[in-house]
Design a binder for this molecule. Structure first.
Ligand code: PA5
Length: 441
């Protein structure tokens, strides 16, 4: 089995004419030139392009050391961040750790449990997390590029206070790891004033492209995952995408097909997975594509479904609702699990026809049948084959999606690296909360 991720246009070709595909190919090639020449809008945010081969080795070593210390001295790590400052780490940890990793870690006493905070303003969530930590040893990784985002700032106050009460100011400062701007911002000031160990969100990498920086790497390493293999996967994918002509270039093809389908009225792209562990990869992908493309009145709306679960909730719409959908399926080729359906003498549930088959075989047949039905229902299908749920494959997938997203955004004619719309709600919220300098319009 290949260890390389593969994009397959699958049935989407049948929904497009030769001319439409040729036009999309031409536009995507022009967009990729703009990206690589660094001649487009947002070109000061292209640090992620060479990141897999050009990252700070000294910081990478410190990340591993900090992760080992956290695993040694803490039963719990609280990762505080929102949007691009948490989704990559959450996606990787959920995808690669066992499904019930926190419960497993609690029962075996190995490593540490990992919880995320600061991605909402829910008092209930914070209170429950404080209770869950109880009197156990814990550490905090607070992640904010700007250092001023309200949600993580509130969560950090709560957990910093808890740490300081438990360990004293000095003890707490040895358990707080701040990932933020190299020089500026409130969090950087706080970290310097208190002597927290700091890691850098590079100036030229936006939040949603930051999973392979310290933003993603420290929590991922603290979970016990192999960040060398993750970076190697990204490096392999980068090498392939930089060198390959269009016909062999998975990211360019993905960008071309989705743009060609969008031009034909397929305005919503659903990312579908058949592994619950991939739920947060879809959340990460939605932010990446939604924030990068949704602007100037344009953009494919990124949606996601977990299958077969959501066939029992969203299935009707996908099959039969407004025909504005295209679907991209992430297929994990090797489930690495041989669990089989058992044989039952009485067969009251009528499942003996599956006895002896692996559950993954059943899952794959469900996937194939679903794709056929969706295509029949005029939902074009594309596929991404992931060799397995491992670090190397996920490193490839992260880079593949980032590269395709940059190219897709330029193909669409937007700046894929800004997010002006994200500020709008904040102005109203600050005015309502009475923050100095803000008034409602
Ligand atoms: O992609 C982005 O830039 C955003 O989603 C940010 O990551 C998010 O708003 C958090 O910002 P910060 O890291 O400054 O707290």
């Amino acid at each position: 089995m290949s260890s390389k991720i593969v994009f397959d246009p699958h049935s989407s070709e049948a929904f497009l004419t030769k001319e439409e595909l040729e036009k999309a190919e031409k536009d995507v090639l022009a967009a990729s030139k703009v990206l690589l020449d660094k001649s487009g809008e947002g070109n000061d945010f292209l640090g992620w392009v060479d990141l897999p081969v050009d990252y700070d080795r000294e910081e990478f070593k410190r990340i591993k050391e900090a992760a080992a210390k956290i695993r040694h001295d803490s039963k719990v790590l609280v990762v505080i961040g929102i949007g691009g400052s948490y989704l990559g780490a959450k996606a990787a940890i959920e995808a690669l750790m066992p499904n019930f990793y926190n419960e497993t870690s609690a029962s075996t006493g190995e490593g540490c449990e990992i919880y995320f905070a600061g991605s909402s303003i829910s008092a209930r969530y914070l209170e429950n997390l404080v209770k869950l930590i109880g009197d156990r040893d814990f550490s905090v990784n607070v992640i904010s590029k700007s250092g001023t985002t309200t949600e993580p700032a509130i969560a950090f106050r709560i957990f910093r206070d808890m740490l300081e009460k438990k360990y004293g100011i000095d003890g707490a400062s040895k358990r707080i790891y701040a990932t933020t701007d190299r020089q500026k911002g409130a969090l950087k000031k706080l970290a310097d004033a208190n002597g927290y160990e700091t890691f850098v969100v590079p100036d030229d990498i936006g939040g949603r492209y930051s999973v392979l920086t310290a933003v993603g790497l420290l929590p991922i390493a603290a979970a016990g995952l192999d960040i060398d293999a993750l970076m190697e996967g990204a490096e392999d994918e980068r090498m392939q995408l930089m060198a390959a002509p269009f016909e062999e270039n998975d990211a360019l093809k993905y960008a071309a097909y989705r743009n060609a389908l969008y031009r034909k009225g397929k305005e919503v792209e659903i990312l579908a997975n058949y592994e619950p562990a991939l739920h947060y990869v879809s959340e990460w992908w939605k932010q990446l594509y939604g924030e990068s493309e949704g602007k100037d009145g344009k953009g494919i709306f990124p949606a996601s479904v977990d299958l077969t679960t959501d066939l029992h909730s969203m299935g009707q719409y996908i099959q039969d609702g407004n025909r504005i959908l295209m679907e991209t399926v992430i297929c994990v080729d090797d489930a690495r699990c041989d669990l089989k359906v058992g044989y039952d003498e009485n067969d009251l549930d009528g499942l003996n026809y599956l006895a002896g088959k692996t559950i993954d075989y059943v899952n794959k047949q469900a996937m194939t049948g679903t794709i056929m039905a969706h295509v029949d229902g005029a939902v074009p299908n594309m596929m991404i084959h992931l060799p397995a749920l491992d670090e190397h494959s996920l490193g490839q997938l992260f880079y593949f999606f980032e590269y395709a997203c940059g190219v897709s955004g330029y193909t669409l004619g937007v700046n894929p690296f800004n997010q002006p719309g994200v500020e709008s709600y904040k102005k109203n919220m600050f005015a309502l909360l009475g923050k100095p300098g803000y008034t409602l319009k």
